[in-house]
Design a protein around this ligand. Structure first.
Ligand code: NAD
Ligand code: TDX
Length: 339
């Protein structure tokens, strides 16, 4: 593989993926398509400025002419689609951009890739398409799709389109589904960076409901290694789950963050639950291990410490994001009463 297109590369996972790919494969060059929504940040890849193997093309994956112009610009071996509206709370406030980017955008990419006979397509999806688990069991690739939020419904819709293109057109696609990522460059609306940012300012941490919902945390670079494996070795038409084997209640995670930052638990503010809040996610990654030789490498406690240290070492990264763009769901609903 010599040249690939990555969409959504100015976001959290896409930027980590681009940096990792350029490190792993000295022969590879990457074109990054990104619309630069509120979540897209050029600072995430500032270190790649001037790198001859990296090119940025600002534009929308829903824009067929734009995508076509990028695919025509050189011999593109593969497309990896990260571009999405990614925050569940925002999808509850307004699902329109989710339907537009996550569904129409995916369909546009699929059509353009098909037309240009792109040899490989990876759809970066999420475990949220499977819905919610009770206290037992894990999601496998055979778990039926049962999305509960407008976000996860839009991601499941995109997955179904990819599946249909494989079936109908022999389109060479692979789908990956991953659990909650953490690590550097995550937009501070998501739990971990929001709580770090608030705690550093001695502001409240809004824990939804009881705080007993469970997420399976995976380091972003473990997820990126999984996508790399699926890109290079995944079987066409297959789905691969990735997870971190690190299940935690939101409350235990919040305690860990506060303890690591030396901040008191009195900063915790229990607020009304997220509507339709999924109880638990957990991934069975047996298939990825067996077929791709993939395993998560990060140990959660060490990965979390390293993540906290990154945010401590990069205060300007958060300071340069306009605060209005990451007011939490509850601040947007109920004003500023949390701070
Ligand atoms: P993010 O919100 O940090 O980044 C999304 C990026 O996509 C941004 O740079 C944004 O500008 C860009 N974008 C949005 N709409 C676009 C459009 N129409 N055209 C071009 N670019 C557009 O998201 P993330 O957390 O990095 O997630 C990346 C992908 O991984 C998403 O598809 C998400 O569903 C999936 N995923 C995320 C997680 C997680 O824990 N964050 C877990 C599993 C899967
Ligand atoms: O302020 C908060 N308080 C709170 O209790 C926020 C932002 C979240 N939460 C809870 C809700 C969830 O149970 O923390 C948990 C994690 O929330 P998010 O960081 O919003 O992630 P989640 O909703 O689990 O979805 C994430 O993982 C799967 C990503 O945002 C998705 O893009 C990905 O597909």
């Amino acid at each position: 593989m010599r040249r690939i297109v990555v969409t959504g590369g100015c976001g959290f996972i896409g930027s980590n993926f681009i940096r990792l790919e350029l490190e792993l494969d000295p022969e590879l060059s990457i074109v990054n398509i990104d619309k630069l929504t509120y979540a897209g940040n050029l600072a995430n890849l500032a270190d790649l400025q001037g790198n001859a193997r990296y090119q940025f093309a600002r534009g929308d994956i829903c824009d067929k002419d734009f995508v076509t112009s990028v695919l025509r610009s050189g011999d593109i071996d593969a497309v990896v689609n990260f571009a999405a509206e990614s925050h569940v709370d925002r999808s509850i406030l307004d699902s329109s951009p989710f339907v537009q980017t996550n569904i129409i955008g995916t369909q546009t990419l699929l059509d353009c890739c098909r037309l240009h006979k792109i040899g490989r397509y990876v759809q970066v999806s999420t475990d949220e398409v499977y819905g919610s688990l009770g206290d037992d069991g894990k999601f496998t690739e055979e778990t039926p799709l049962a999305p509960n939020s407008p976000y996860s419904a839009s991601k499941a819709s995109a997955d179904l389109l990819v599946r249909a293109y494989v079936h109908t057109f022999d389109f060479p696609a692979v789908i990956t589904r991953c659990s909650n990522n953490y690590g550097p460059y995550q937009f501070p609306e998501k739990l971990i960076p929001l709580f770090i940012s608030n705690a550093l300012k001695d502001q409240s941490l809004p824990v939804y409901g009881t705080g007993l919902n469970i997420r399976d945390w995976i380091h972003v670079l473990d997820h990126c290694r999984g996508i790399d494996a699926a890109l290079r070795r995944g079987r066409v038409g297959e789905v691969y789950n990735f997870g971190g084997n690190s299940e935690l209640t939101n409350l235990d995670l919040t305690y860990a963050l506060l303890d690591a930052l030396g901040k008191p638990r009195t900063l915790i503010r229990y607020v009304a639950d997220r509507p339709g809040h999924d109880h638990r996610y957990a991934i069975d990654a047996t298939k990825a291990r067996r077929e791709l030789g993939w395993e998560p490498q990060a140990v959660f406690a060490a990965g979390l410490r390293q993540t906290i240290d990154w945010y401590l070492a990069n205060p300007d990264w958060i300071a340069n994001i306009k605060s209005g763009e990451y007011r939490s769901y509850y601040e947007q609903q109920y004003g500023n009463r949390l701070t």
